[in-house]
Design a protein around this ligand. Structure first.
Ligand code: FAD
Length: 505
């Protein structure tokens, strides 16, 4: 097989990292992207003169991007300035654990002992002690899985054990795949507030803490290990990867939608695209890397027979309802990352699993995009905010008209107000994105933002790997192993590039 052109479909983080790695290896790479800018979910929206990050805001696992760039001869620190956050996040409850159930806040710090001290003040010495044990345990779970799972190609349960080796077996025995995260947190903490705080990490991969395996506690370690504030915003990460790709000789064609991945006798031969002026064009290729959601292939959106259709209802991860706004915050010392917790987490996730709309009483994440990790750094008003509540992934079947999410929105703002925050922006300075919008932006997802949910111990093995049954068709992105999130999508892109190179395609 000659080593011909590679077409990468999609400029999400997985597509960009794959394209960059292949271009660096001297391959002829064309990246086609339906949108007008790179990044996929790492997107920006514009309100007046302001550009706002409308997707990821939490940058972790910096080493993934350091290694990727080093492999391509670049130094991340010189190209993408970022600062380590001293305070990881500020968490607020309208009813705290204190005697009178008054509103209360709790900060998590990069420094473990500072967090333990804060938890001691918030919930008592026993919970501070429990937290130190939890930190140790989440680190062990992460360490047991980094090499055999996170860095490796998609494993089976058996190959995971093989990769871990004899020395890794005790670590694997501690990852608790058969207990839910919520059950495990119930064994590790006494207060509902602590369970809620760390159970929320399941939502980082679009999952419910009541169904996700306790293994996901490793996300606590990932955040503890380093959370970074990227100068200029998260979109800079995507723009940097796109710039390095084109500097390495790659070509990006924006506003170009892949209509069909063409195959002959079980072998990929090219991609049919719709160009910005509405023409269809055939781009010949010996390999295609698909960076859209795997659901688009199983649904046949890129042509028949690329992936087996899924029987029955395919499980979907969570979607979201987001408000990007330029407004004024008063009364609560916001930092960059803030969470306002609902007081009935169980009911919230019941509604997310079975309801048609956003929860009646949602937990709210507020990213104050102009702030650092200290309230003292509050900038002059108006400021840029991204507010987010989780929502069911039904953007392909439900209208999501403003009246359908108005109750959730007013309860979200009422919760913030009970915690002391008033957040206001004029209607023309707000952009709402619903699951319906996400479904349109990311075909085949219904608005699910993280591929399949991580529910049950087998879920980690059910994502597709980089290779497919079709010769020359590869996959990269958050719906593929090792999973969602920017660093994981980047690792999947690297895995896809290595597979193309290893296969000599
Ligand atoms: C609101 C929100 C908040 C998040 N918060 C965080 C966070 O704080 N930290 C974090 O690490 N992660 C976060 N994530 C998750 C993270 O953004 C994603 O897991 C990751 O960016 C996904 O990258 P990807 O490679 O799967 O590509 P995607 O971002 O899914 O992009 C796929 C690209 O493919 C293009 N495409 C699809 N089909 C076609 C086609 N037929 N033709 C041409 N182009 C096509 C799309 O236009 C898109 O640009 C968040 C996501 C969202 C939406």
């Amino acid at each position: 097989m000659s080593r011909g052109r590679v077409v990468v479909v999609g400029s999400g983080i997985g597509g960009l990292t794959c394209a960059l790695r292949l271009a660096h290896a001297g391959r002829d790479v064309v990246l086609v992207e339906a949108a007008g800018t790179p990044g996929g979910k790492v997107r920006q929206i514009h309100i007046g003169d302001h550009a706002l990050d409308a997707g990821p805001t939490v940058f972790t696992m910096r080493w993934v991007f350091e290694e990727l760039l080093a492999d391509c001869g670049h130094d991340l620190s010189g190209l993408l300035p970022m600062q380590p956050a001293r305070v990881l996040g500020r968490h607020a409850w309208a009813n705290g654990p204190n005697k009178h159930n008054d509103p209360a806040t709790l900060d998590l710090f990069a420094d473990v002992q500072a967090t333990a001290d804060a938890i001691g003040t918030f919930a008592g010495a026993a919970e501070a002690h429990n937290y130190l044990n939890f930190t140790r345990r989440s680190r062990q779970v992460y360490q047991a899985l980094e090499k055999p799972y996170v860095r490796g190609a998609r494993p089976t349960p058996w190959s995971l054990v093989r990769r871990a080796g004899w020395r890794g077996l005790p670590g694997l025995a501690r990852i608790s795949p058969f207990t839910t995260l919520w059950q495990s947190l119930g064994q590790q903490f006494q207060t509902h507030h602590m369970r809620q705080l760390f159970g929320r990490y399941a939502t980082y991969c679009g999952s419910s803490p009541y169904l996700a395996p306790a293994t996901l506690m490793l996300i606590a370690h990932v955040e503890q290990d380093g959370l970074w504030l990227v100068d200029g915003g998260m979109h800079r990460v995507a723009q940097l990867l796109a710039d390095l790709f084109t500097a390495a000789g790659g070509r990006i064609r924006y506003r170009t939608k892949a209509l069909n991945i063409q195959q002959r006798s079980g072998r990929v031969v090219g991609v049919q695209v719709k160009t910005p002026d509405g023409e269809t064009e055939h781009i010949p290729a010996s390999s295609v890397v698909f960076n859209g959601d795997v659901g688009a292939l199983t649904a046949g959106l890129l042509g028949p027979g690329l992936m087996p259709p899924q029987a029955g209802r395919v499980p979907r991860s969570l979607s979201a309802l987001t408000w990007c706004q330029v407004g004024v915050a008063q009364g609560f010392p916001l930092i960059r990352h803030n969470v306002f917790f609902s007081n009935d987490y169980k009911a919230e996730f019941e509604q997310l699993s079975h309801g048609h709309h956003a929860p009646d009483r949602p937990t709210v994440y507020v990213c104050a995009l102009d702030r650092g990790d200290e309230p003292a750094t509050a900038p002059p008003a108006p400021e840029r905010f991204l507010c987010l509540v989780n929502a069911p992934p039904n953007g392909d079947t439900t209208g999501w008209q403003p009246h359908s999410y108005a109750p959730s929105q007013s309860e979200a703002w009422a919760l913030m107000s009970r915690c002391g925050l008033s957040l206001a922006a004029p209607p023309e300075a707000q952009v709402v994105t619903t699951p319906r919008d996400f479904a349109r932006l990311f075909p085949g997802t219904g608005g699910a933002l993280y591929g399949r949910p991580s529910h049950g111990w087998l879920s980690s093995f059910q994502r597709s790997g980089a290779r497919t049954a079709i010769d020359g068709l590869y996959l990269a992105g958050g719906s593929v192993h090792p999973g969602p999130g920017m660093p994981m999508a980047a690792l999947s892109g690297r895995q896809a590039a290595l597979s193309v190179l290893e296969d000599g395609r």
